[in-house]
Design a binder for this molecule. Structure first.
Ligand code: HEC
Ligand code: HEC
Ligand code: HEC
Ligand code: HEC
Ligand code: HEC
Ligand code: HEC
Length: 507
């Protein structure tokens, strides 16, 4: 009786045994690799390990451990089923163990489970941490996040993780971020994300992000800034504005200091309704004076009625400092910066207008654009050996600020901190937003926001007036319409008809 059974038992339980051993091997390999990668991670910062390290260490290795144990479980079950089917082996039925060995097995199972649970606990916490790290947010979804990540590395916030500005602290912030993150992950897997990425509707309010590091009431007083520009003429004439920006601040209970920060979010609560996603068109604004309690509503004249209540937004840091995390700069600012730093030589004829034109051409793909930039500049300077340096600098400026694959540059993501190349402050401060009785307008007086203390074609510090003065526009084109800077200044090449008006007006 025994012989035939032992002959059939071995081969029949073999698949179960093989599965069990394979599963155990996979689980042990996953566990050892997990521990080794954890130790490796502990020796340096996660962000130095590249985008896939966290995925491999904290998701794939624990997954291998769980899959291995699952496989071993299936193997055991197959073996047990085989034994149950074999009527001749009842004593090994159930677990197939005697009392002492089943106690051993029980102890082994409990100890194993504790180790596995501990590993999974550590892995879950590490995976959560990883899902908020810069390599995951900025580099994993390489195509969609490339522009943001590239622009971010050049800012004062390059060491502030994406999550600090994009995930509010606490459970609800975490859940909200993961909820929207799931849609983004799905779009990435299906390659269906919009190009350019839409404005971030779900950026948490600044009180949960910026305000954790910045003291909102800090009094900055007047901040001094020097803007050096160059004209699009043959000699690249420099034109500098030297000004004090009234940033201000101060707590409402201390004597009023004034300035932008004080007026815009300490003494007043400003709410607005924007009709577009990028929040560039603002027809309706409500100001609540937090000290006197007075409420004022301003509209741009064309807007009638009440805006939808769920579309009214309270202005915070993000509305003005919209590009602090990842700015895309316009060609004019990039070229003026390179000239001011001496990277481009103002002695090269028309270098300002030529490089701005090279950067403003239609963008197709990074590779084609880099070649187009080189070809264009070589045509501008056929016999000048300095052109190689000009091309190198221009291509560097291009790579850090232009992302044709994602259709992303300064035009798709405007910076709201100013009012020259996009409306910025003038979305409301355009002199057109007024109360229903027509008596009060949101101010456009230059001096409410900044004081000019020097300006002109050369360094004008010698002519610094103690009380400042009005802005003297360097070009006659702006006569009579100085206030709408962004109608002419688009950040790229100045339209020929605007430049030409100089010739008409200058004798
Ligand atoms: C200092 C804060 C800050 C940091 C750091 C930061 N961001 Fe942002 N981010 C913002 C703000 C503010 C906006 C909203 C801009 C607006 O309203 O126009 C934004 C918008 C975005 C958008 C929407 C598209 C766009 O460009 O407006 C994406 C995507 C994004 N951030 C991803 C990231 C990633 C990825 C990182 C890390 C590599 C990061 N951010 C780091 C503040 C930050
Ligand atoms: C984790 C801390 C942290 C968070 C969050 C943070 N910042 Fe900053 N921010 C800093 C530090 C530190 C500096 C100074 C960096 C330096 O000078 O090297 C800075 C600099 C700045 C500056 C001056 C430099 C510049 O880029 O113009 C502004 C403006 C600013 N932050 C605004 C913001 C806004 C708006 C937010 C929210 C969207 C924000 N910050 C979120 C830490 C933070
Ligand atoms: C109404 C627009 C507006 C709002 C809202 C706003 N700021 Fe500013 N902030 C400015 C302007 C304008 C400047 C000066 C120009 C610049 O730095 O680019 C400035 C400058 C700063 C600076 C740099 C000061 C320096 O010494 O250079 C910091 C830091 C800053 N803001 C942080 C914040 C934080 C944090 C918040 C939210 C609590 C905030 N800002 C809200 C307009 C605003
Ligand atoms: C959403 C609309 C809106 C935007 C955008 C906006 N403001 Fe204002 N601002 C107001 C309102 C409303 C007032 C109060 C009415 C007034 O004083 O003109 C105000 C008042 C001010 C004042 C006080 C003016 C005074 O009369 O003393 C300053 C300074 C100021 N804003 C600066 C800025 C700066 C700088 C920007 C851009 C970085 C900006 N604001 C963007 C709506 C806005
Ligand atoms: C509501 C506030 C506000 C008003 C009103 C305002 N500005 Fe400005 N302006 C700003 C801010 C803020 C900046 C600079 C922000 C930055 O660069 O960080 C600026 C920058 C400038 C600059 C330097 C920009 C550059 O790139 O060279 C000039 C020039 C200027 N303004 C002219 C004017 C003139 C002229 C008026 C009056 C018709 C005016 N501004 C009214 C807020 C204002
Ligand atoms: C009707 C058109 C027009 C308007 C409106 C206009 N500008 Fe200009 N601006 C020009 C032209 C044309 C030039 C010469 C550009 C060149 O040489 O590249 C120029 C040059 C400048 C320059 C020096 C070079 C440069 O490109 O930066 C500054 C600074 C400037 N403008 C500031 C302003 C400000 C600030 C406003 C709004 C308060 C404004 N402009 C409104 C047409 C205009």
């Amino acid at each position: 009786m025994n012989e035939p059974i032992s002959k059939t038992e071995m081969p029949a339980s073999l698949p179960g045994k093989i599965l069990t051993w394979l599963g155990l091997l996979l689980a042990i390999a996953g566990m050892l690799a997990f521990v080794a990668l954890c130790l490796k991670d502990a020796r340096s910062h996660l962000s130095d390990r590249g985008p896939f390290f966290g995925l491999i260490a904290y998701v794939l290795m624990p997954a291998a451990l769980v899959a291995g144990l699952g496989l071993a479980g299936v193997g055991c079950w197959l073996k047990m089923r085989r034994r149950r089917q074999s009527s001749d082996a009842p004593s090994r039925g159930g677990c197939g163990c005697q009392d002492s060995s089943s106690r051993c097995q029980l102890l082994g199972t409990v100890a194993g489970s504790v180790v596995v649970m501990a590993i999974l606990g550590v892995a879950a916490s590490k995976a959560m941490h990883y899902s908020e790290s810069d390599p995951f947010c900025g580099e994993m979804c390489h195509t969609s996040m490339h522009p943001v990540h590239q622009a971010y590395t050049n800012t004062a916030h390059a060491k502030v993780t994406c999550a600090k500005c994009h995930v509010a602290p606490g459970v609800s912030g975490f859940v909200t971020a993961k909820y929207y993150g799931m849609f983004e992950l799905q779009q990435t897997l299906q390659d269906s994300f919009p190009r350019p990425l839409p404005a971030a509707k779900h950026v948490p309010p600044a009180k949960d992000t910026c305000a954790l590091c910045h003291q909102a009431g800090k009094d900055f007083g007047d901040v001094e800034k020097v803007y050096t520009h160059y004209l699009s003429d043959a000699t690249n004439t420099p034109y500098t504005s030297h000004m004090l920006i009234k940033v201000g601040g101060a707590n409402p209970v201390t004597p009023a200091d004034g300035g932008t920060h004080y007026q815009m979010f300490i003494a007043n609560k400003i709410e607005y309704y924007a009709t577009d996603e990028l929040r560039q068109e603002i027809p309706w604004v409500r100001q609540t004076d937090l000290i006197k309690g007075k409420v004022m509503i301003y509209t741009n004249g064309a807007f009638k009625g009440e805006p939808p209540a769920d579309k009214i937004r309270t202005l915070d840091c993000n509305d003005c400092h919209s590009r602090v995390g990842h700015p895309y700069n316009p060609p004019t600012d990039l070229v003026d910066g390179a000239l001011a730093k001496g990277l481009l030589k103002a002695s090269m004829p028309s270098v300002r207008s030529n490089v701005v034109a090279a950067l403003s051409q239609t963008h197709t793909s990074a590779e084609a654009d880099l070649q187009q930039i080189a070809a264009y500049l070589r045509r501008c300077y056929p016999n000048d050996t300095r052109v190689d340096k000009v091309i190198e600098v221009t291509q560097k400026l291009y790579s850090a600020n232009f992302f044709p694959v994602m259709k992303t540059d300064w035009r798709s993501q405007p910076n709201n901190i100013s009012h020259i190349t996009s409306p910025g402050c003038f979305r409301c401060h355009d002199g057109q937003h007024k109360t229903a009785d027509n008596r009060t307008r949101i101010t456009q007086h230059c001096i409410k926001c900044h004081l000019f203390i020097g300006q002109g074609p050369e360094n004008m510090l010698a002519s610094l007036a103690i009380r400042g003065g009005g802005f003297k526009h360097p070009h006659p084109a702006s006569k009579g319409q100085e206030n709408n800077c962004f109608t002419c200044h688009k950040g790229g090449s100045m339209p020929a008809d605007k430049l030409a008006s100089k010739a008409e007006e200058v004798p």
